[in-house]
Design a protein around this ligand. Structure first.
Ligand code: GLP
Length: 241
């Protein structure tokens, strides 16, 4: 696991975006694994800026997102699909047929997990982007998730629902369930970049890098992958020795 520390959130986002842009320019049909949450917003902003300046095309790129809420009801605009459209997909030239995100509106979420798993297994992700939850989750792989887990339906942790309630009108509106790629899917990616920003992530980052490798902190499993990079701002790195 390699670690890079940046002065601030903006520098962190520019550096992560440069990695993605570099890959897509070299490999036009790259397969990207994408993440949501507030942390990657600045990365997507940089990708859009670069695209609008005419530098990089996403015409042949394929994307797989990590996860999606189940049970949003009329709150479609809170879905990760809607987040991705607003922050990235609506602003670049990606082929809509090459965008994959679990469908949280499938009436049978277990079948949706099976279908998503099949799709992922037909590809290998070149670069997987990750954030980290304050409880050490990656995607929605909550503490307790098995190392060999594949795409599955998950009951969200109390802490995760409370952290993510800032995107909703109230805690009650935050879905109880989600679909997420498993740890095994994430670890199959050729390269992984996990990014974290802010003091709220200090404990999770410390635990991921310097704690034991076990399912009490799912992000610690990334230490089993040979090409994982952790991009941090100074605040998120604050507890590292
Ligand atoms: C959600 C997502 C994760 C993300 C995490 C942290 O739970 N499922 O993929 O890493 O939130 O989000 P944020 O970047 O907003 O702190």
């Amino acid at each position: 696991m390699e670690i890079k520390i940046f002065d601030n959130y903006n520098d962190l986002c520019v550096a992560v975006a440069d990695e993605i842009i570099g890959l897509v320019r070299k490999k036009h049909d790259a397969i990207l694994g994408l993440a949501t949450g507030s942390t990657p917003v600045g990365v997507y902003r940089e990708l859009v800026k670069d695209f609008q300046a005419g530098f990089t095309s996403y015409k042949n790129v394929t994307t797989f997102n990590l996860d999606e809420y189940v049970g949003l009801g009329s709150n479609w605009e809170k879905s990760y699909r809607s987040y991705m459209d607003n922050n990235l997909f609506n602003h670049i030239d990606i082929n809509p047929d090459c965008i994959f995100i679990p469908n949280g509106y499938n009436a049978n979420p277990d079948l949706e997990c099976e279908a998503y798993e099949k799709k992922i297994n037909r590809h290998q992700i070149d670069l997987q982007l990750l954030g980290i939850g304050s409880n050490g989750h990656i995607g929605f792989n909550e503490p307790g998730t098995a190392f060999d887990s594949v795409t599955h339906l998950v009951r969200l942790d109390k802490k995760t629902r409370s952290d993510n309630s800032r995107f909703f009108n109230s805690l009650d509106e935050v879905p109880l369930l989600a679909i997420t790629m498993g740890i095994k899917n994430i670890l199959k990616s050729k390269k992984i970049i996990l990014m974290a920003s802010g003091t709220g992530k200090q404990n999770a980052v410390f635990r991921m890098i310097q704690g034991p490798v076990d399912n009490s902190c799912p992000a610690s499993f990334l230490r089993e992958h040979s090409d994982t990079w952790v991009y941090l701002d100074k605040d998120a790195a604050g507890k590292l020795e």
